[in-house]
Design a protein around this ligand. Structure first.
Ligand code: NAG
Ligand code: NAG
Ligand code: NAG
Ligand code: NAG
Length: 410
């Protein structure tokens, strides 16, 4: 096809498009939150040769063309913005990863003009150092923050409609025989009775029972992970799984950063919020990067980072830090919670520290830490596979956190 004909075909296609915008918040090492807008044009037909020229679409016939642009840059009180999360009232929380002095936790209003205006700061409190993650509990009334080098797990009440943050509890751990505590995550179980905090340095997942009235936490017996494995993130299956013995249990999949593995534990709830028992199963540890038998160790290089479940609950998506890849494992409900490795897909750059899936689960925004790039990957909802990088943008500094505003977490 000659180029002028391709250009005409392109113009005709653009006439029958519809454009929608969605916003992505990015936490950058520079101290800023950047707001990106992703728009896409729908084609009524697919596979236009005009678009095959576009490097994005080398492999498949597209039905959308995406474009990603920077719309706002907001300076924050955080020295090193590290983690972002959004509640159901459109309040955005930013955790500071600074490692000297004091950290900050900051709340922003995002909903003005449907999120098209820059986030507006509502409140900011000083806190301990090296915040790594923040997760909601008690139906969004409280926020738990994991602090890495401070060896601390801190909670806040966030019931105020104007975004005021009220410090509640601090759990600090001193050096133990297994090493110093370094918290990497804080998330609830499917019944929202507990907060679980991955403590990489102590090789534990610490468990706290929630008091829904006072929002206070009380510690229960932890899950002891394999010594030296470095548990970082864990996710539960969306639904309980029917086991051969007739039991119906949720399965907790725990990612170990240092060992580069995922371990699946069926869970038993103890009565009266007395804790969670994690049932150890034989052969239930898998390599997070390749199919087959687990690799016992990756030499302490640090591999397995964030773990999330796809919105349909069928896929566990594992992000690897050092290799240029994304790997996924399919949770097979019929095989006693066994994980079945499906794909390792390129993430679009060196050190994909963080990512977020949109509500539909068909797009992932990947923060390429060292490349200072946000890469958008398209994902096929039928097979669950990642297909292709469909857009990217290069920003000014290292990227530590990324979040779609098309969904809320509670
Ligand atoms: C951070 O945001 C401020 C305010 O918009 C802007 O002046 C500054 O250039 C930004 N810094 C970087 C590194 O993008
Ligand atoms: C916000 O979005 C809703 C739903 O799309 C729309 O009805 C409303 O007009 C929008 N408001 C503004 C201020 O853009
Ligand atoms: C600020 O840092 C100091 C020294 O680490 C610590 O003692 C103090 O508790 C921190 N402030 C808050 C509000 O966490
Ligand atoms: C666990 O794996 C080993 C080695 O592959 C095998 O010999 C053993 O039968 C397996 N155990 C179970 C319970 O599947």
């Amino acid at each position: 096809m000659n180029r002028s004909f391709a250009a005409i075909a392109l113009q005709l296609l653009l006439l029958c498009t519809s454009v929608q915008g969605v916003y992505i918040y990015v936490a950058q090492y520079s101290g800023n939150i950047s707001v990106l807008e992703l728009t896409y044009n729908h084609f009524s037909g697919t596979g236009s040769p005009a678009y095959v020229e576009n490097a994005y679409f080398a492999g498949f016939a597209p039905d959308k063309k995406y474009s990603l642009s920077l719309v706002d840059n907001v300076q924050t009180p955080a020295t090193y913005p590290a983690w972002l999360t959004l509640n159901k009232d459109n309040i955005l929380y930013l955790v500071d990863g600074v490692t000297t002095g004091n950290g900050t936790l900051t709340a922003y209003r995002t909903s003005s003009n449907n999120g098209t205006r820059p986030p507006i700061e509502l409140d900011s409190v000083d806190c301990l150092l090296d915040g790594a993650y923040a997760g909601f509990y008690a139906n969004g009334k409280a926020l738990a923050v994991a602090h890495y080098t401070s060896s601390t797990f801190q909670t806040y009440g966030i019931t105020d409609a104007n975004g005021k943050i009220k410090p509640l509890q601090t759990f600090t751990y001193t050096m133990s025989t297994t090493g110093s505590s370094t918290f990497h995550e804080a998330r609830t179980d499917p019944l929202e009775q507990y907060v679980l905090a991955g403590d990489l340095g102590a090789d534990k997942v610490r468990i706290y029972a929630i008091d829904d009235d006072t929002l206070l936490l009380e510690e229960r017996k932890p899950l002891n992970a394999t010594p030296g494995s470095g548990p970082r993130h864990g996710v539960f299956t969306q639904e309980p799984i029917r086991f051969a013995d007739g039991g119906l249990d949720y399965v907790f999949c725990l990612g170990a950063e240092i060992a580069g593995t995922i371990t699946a534990y069926p869970v038993k709830y103890l009565p009266s919020r007395g804790g969670i028992h994690f049932v150890p199963l034989p052969n239930s540890t898998y390599s997070s990067l390749e199919p087959g038998v687990p690799k016992s160790d990756t030499g302490g290089k640090g591999l397995t980072a964030e773990l999330r479940l796809s919105p349909d609950g069928n896929f566990l998506i594992v992000w690897a830090i050092v290799v240029m890849s994304v790997s996924m494992a399919l949770i097979r409900y019929d095989l006693q919670g066994k994980l079945d490795f499906v794909q390792a897909a390129p993430a679009g750059g060196y050190i994909a520290l963080t990512y977020d899936l949109n509500t539909g689960g068909d797009l992932a925004a990947v923060g390429i830490q060292m490349g200072q790039r946000i890469s958008i990957l398209e994902r096929d909802l039928g097979s669950g596979l990642f297909k292709e990088q469909v857009a990217y943008i290069d920003l000014d500094d290292e990227i530590w956190g990324v979040l779609w505003n098309d969904k809320v977490n509670d």
